[in-house]
Write a protein that binds this ligand. Structure first.
Ligand code: HEC
Ligand code: HEC
Ligand code: HEC
Ligand code: HEC
Length: 177
């Protein structure tokens, strides 16, 4: 009886813990990832991202092409319009309040692809893929990309997962695969 009861309580606690954390994952911003992911020996993901177009995607919304498109389509300011921000920034429509420490200026940031990092950023979880994923980490695949790389984009170019992935790759040379 006692064992059953303890088991029940344990399950309940686990369930509660899981549902609480699922609701509280917050976006923390690329600076927080930077402190651990800027080492050349493990792939300098932060440095690679800074040079990749995703880190520049908010600047693009102020480019001449964006200004022209906005003017033609009655958009007052592309860099402030949800129609453009939804793909050019780490934009969370449903839960604006869960953004935490991330700014729109970061553009398409780590967490656009890897999920909000408030929980998985902990070193205990980071070293264990399964634990990290339980705490919100996404290891992105094609579907992650086509959430933005699709024809809703007024400047759509055909998306090829293999070639596009190579352009933004930031592997960890020290990781055991
Ligand atoms: C306190 C240090 C730390 C912070 C902060 C941190 N990470 Fe990590 N992360 C690690 C370590 C350690 C690993 C294991 C691999 C390695 O040594 O680089 C890892 C692994 C990963 C992996 C690979 C997981 C796998 O098993 O394939 C991803 C993806 C990742 N981190 C993304 C992020 C993102 C995005 C952020 C910011 C939201 C972040 N990390 C913040 C330390 C950290
Ligand atoms: C949150 C939206 C979003 C997601 C998710 C996303 N991208 Fe992008 N991507 C963009 C935007 C916006 C640009 C344009 C950046 C710019 O030039 O300002 C872009 C540009 C790129 C480019 C540069 C294309 C060129 O013409 O040079 C590559 C490569 C790319 N993305 C690959 C990927 C891959 C691979 C994935 C999935 C692993 C992915 N993207 C996921 C929004 C996204
Ligand atoms: C569905 C996601 C999505 C939406 C919505 C979106 N974009 Fe983009 N945008 C992208 C992606 C992805 C790219 C990169 C395309 C590529 O190179 O493959 C891009 C590229 C661009 C470029 C660069 C074009 C070039 O050829 O260099 C401009 C300018 C731009 N977008 C402006 C806008 C404006 C203005 C809006 C709002 C009216 C907007 N975008 C809405 C995803 C989107
Ligand atoms: C456009 C989407 C995108 C963005 C933005 C992005 N990543 Fe990734 N990341 C990926 C993809 C795709 C992989 C490969 C996943 C796999 O191997 O299953 C990956 C893999 C990783 C890995 C594992 C590398 C390995 O070989 O083990 C780490 C660590 C990582 N990313 C950290 C970051 C950090 C930190 C940032 C921001 C500074 C970032 N990523 C931004 C898409 C992205």
């Amino acid at each position: 009886m006692q064992i059953k009861r303890n088991l029940f309580l344990m399950c309940l606690t686990l369930l509660l813990a899981a549902s609480v954390s699922a609701q509280t994952f917050k976006y923390i911003g690329a600076d927080k990832c930077k402190m651990c992911h800027n080492k050349p020996a493990t792939g300098d993901q932060y440095g690679k991202w800074l040079k990749d177009p995703h880190a520049q995607s908010m600047k693009t919304l102020s480019s001449q092409a964006a200004l022209d498109y906005a003017k033609k389509n009655g958009i007052a300011d592309a860099s402030k319009d949800a129609k453009c921000l939804k793909c050019h920034s780490t934009f969370d429509k449903a839960e604006a309040s869960l953004r935490g420490g991330i700014t729109q200026a970061e553009g398409v940031s780590c967490e656009s692809c890897h999920g909000p990092g408030s929980a998985y950023k902990s070193p205990v979880f980071m070293k264990n893929k399964e634990q990290a994923m339980k705490n919100g980490l996404i290891l992105p695949d094609k579907n992650t990309c086509i959430a933005c790389h699709n024809k809703e984009n007024p400047f759509y170019k055909e998306f090829n997962f293999e070639t596009y992935s190579k352009k933004i790759a930031h592997p960890n040379p020290a990781a055991k695969k």
